[in-house]
Unconditional design. Sequence first.
Length: 146
Amino acid sequence: MGKYYEDLAIGEKYTSSGRTITETDVVHFAGLSGDYNPLHTDKIFAEQSQFGRRIAHGALTFSIMTGLWDQLGIIRETVVAFYGVDAMRFLNPVLIGTTIHAEIEILEKRDRGENGIVVMRNSVLNEKGELVMICDALLLMKKNPS
């Protein structure tokens, strides 16, 4: 069981485990999303781009970040809904073979009566410590029933 709204403190920080982005991830995500942009799916095209090779979808990086939240366990069974995202930026490419992890900080809490909104700053970094994505995610969280 994850933490309830009351259990999360402003300034609290968490670091996820790492996750390597694979060829299979990119291919499956293209199929699921319908995003076959050649930067993700065409080796020759991507080699001629500023990146020099294929890159992962930004939305895939974001999606994997949400999976890293679940693996931490802090919101498991206590999140009611994903409420929104603010200030999302993709700052460096995520190449196939890149290992990313998330560093999370609780920025803000908003009481909503029966539930509460928690704002989490998410910094996604590669294995070199370079920031690849940043965003503030808003989660509607359960309050402790006791």
